[in-house]
Structures are given as structure tokens and as C-alpha cells.
Design a protein around this ligand. Structure first.
Ligand code: CIR
Length: 256
């Protein structure tokens, strides 16, 4: 059960966000509208939502998931691997917002880097992808902090994806969405794997919140596969403007 969500409204500088996609630059006005629909969908799931204002100096700061890992016991401020994102985490409004919910606040220190888009929670266990953004030192620090609070973690080697959750997402009830390089990873064999077709790979990044699944709009096969599980209420949100800068549903919020 999640009670709280923190989001950050995109700034006009979103168009300068880091991108490996060849889909043009996000249109600010459309991104703002899509973000409002995202917040509306979250509202339906019954969570309390904290909305932080845009940070124009950080084009990727609406992807607030990468700023902290929020667990049931503590929050851990990240240290993003992307240079242009490193100082996002120092913004005072983020620190204040987290301080309202957590008394245990930890942080990842140099030379560790970690972006929580690389971290997938399964109960009290956390899978941590070693990517271009998350290094071994960052993952080791994270696991040590988790263990201090009675939680656990393990690393996952990665080859292709930007973040771990670009390609694998846990939907509770033992259901796991898996795409690309994660389809054959034996560590995920214990889950009920829902394989994401290549032509809908982007939709591997869905989010579970209190028995709702939010699915990106425009991926009918994935939506149907989730509906066919018969365990969730499914909401669709258009994230096409965020996709242009490699962002998806999970990146746009901290959920705890
Ligand atoms: C970046 O490259 O950092 C952003 N343009 C996209 C971040 C996506 N975040 C995530 O998947 N958690």
C-alpha cells in the first residue's frame, strides 16, 4: 500500500533533457497537460500527493524518481550518474518534502552513483541495476543502507537499457513485466512473467499503486495483458512527451 506520492512539475527546460530517443523535443504545453493527467490518475488511487514546482536549471528534474529511494523505513537521497542531474537532489524543496515524511534520511556519497530508476522494489527486497548511471559503489552503499534498516538488495547486471525499470517492473501479486534483456534472466523465473512484445517495449514501464496499474497510453497489447490478469483496475496516461526524453511513468513520481 502506498500512501504518499511526490511529483515535480516539468519546466520549460524539459526540451533540453537528456535523450537517446530520436523523436524530437518535448512540447512544453503538452507535457504540462500530460503531467496534470498523470497527477489526476494518481489521485484516483487514493494517495496523498505533494506537487513540487519546476526547477528550470535542471531539465530532467520532473523525473523525480531518480532523486531518492523511498522505503518503508527510510529515504535514501541518490547521487545521479548523469552529471547534469547530480545537483537535482540538493534542491531544498525536495529535502523539505522528504523531511515531512521521514526522520531517517540517508544519502549516497561520492564516488558512488545511483539513480533509483535502476531500483525495483519487491516487498522488502530491492533489485539494483548496474547501468551507465548506477555504479557498483553506489549499489554497495545502497545495499548497506537497506541492510541497516532490515531490508535487502542485490545487483543486476545490465547490457542495453537506460535504467533497470526501463525493462522490468513489479506489479505486486507476484506479477512482473519483463522486456528485452530481462526476459531470460533466471533471477526473475520465480515471478509470473508477463513478456512485453518488442513493438511495445516502452510499456514495460507501468506502475502499481494500490491495486491500480497505470499503463502508458497507446500500447494495447500490454494493456490487455494486464487487464487479462483480472487483478487490477487499469488506468491509461499519455506520456508521449516524456518518452521523447527517455522518461516514463515510474520516473515521474516517488511512491511510498
Ligand atoms: C534521463 O536521461 O535521466 C532522463 N532524460 C530520463 C530519466 C528517466 N528516469 C527513469 O527512468 N527513472
Amino acid at each position: 500500500m502506498f500512501n504518499n506520492v511526490i511529483v515535480r512539475v516539468p519546466g520549460k527546460s524539459l526540451s533540453e533533457g537528456i535523450s537517446g530517443a530520436d523523436e524530437g523535443k518535448p512540447i512544453y504545453n503538452s507535457a504540462i497537460v500530460q503531467h496534470e493527467y498523470y497527477v489526476n490518475a494518481l489521485t484516483k488511487t487514493g494517495v496523498n500527493i505533494t506537487v513540487l514546482p519546476p526547477l528550470e536549471e535542471f531539465p530532467d528534474s520532473c523525473f523525480i524518481e531518480d532523486n531518492a529511494l523511498c522505503t518503508s523505513k527510510c529515504t535514501i537521497i541518490s547521487r545521479p550518474g548523469a552529471e547534469t542531474r547530480r545537483k537535482e537532489v540538493q534542491s531544498s524543496d525536495l529535502q523539505e518534502a522528504l523531511g515531512k515524511f521521514y526522520k531517517n534520511i540517508e544519502e549516497i556519497k561520492e564516488p558512488g552513483t545511483i539513480e533509483p530508476g535502476d531500483i525495483m522494489m519487491v516487498g522488502d527486497h530491492y533489485y539494483i541495476g548496474l547501468s551507465d548511471r548506477t555504479n557498483e559503489e553506489g549499489a554497495e552503499q545502497m545495499i548497506a543502507i537497506l541492510e541497516k534498516y532490515g531490508l535487502s538488495g542485490e545487483t543486476v547486471t545490465m547490457k542495453e537499457m537506460l535504467h533497470l525499470k526501463t525493462g522490468v517492473n513489479y506489479l505486486e501479486h507476484n506479477n512482473l513485466l519483463v522486456a528485452g534483456e530481462f526476459k531470460d534472466d533466471p533471477r526473475f523465473d520465480k515471478f509470473n512473467k508477463i513478456e512485453i512484445p518488442e513493438d511495445e517495449a516502452y510499456a514495460a514501464n507501468c506502475i502499481w499503486i494500490n491495486d491500480y496499474i497505470i499503463v502508458p497510453a497507446g500500447y494495447p497489447k500490454v494493456k490487455k495483458a494486464i487487464e487479462d490478469l483480472g487483478q487490477y483496475k487499469v488506468l491509461e496516461v499519455d506520456t508521449s512527451e516524456f518518452r521523447k526524453v527517455d522518461g516514463g511513468l515510474s520516473c515521474l513520481s516517488l511512491r511510498f
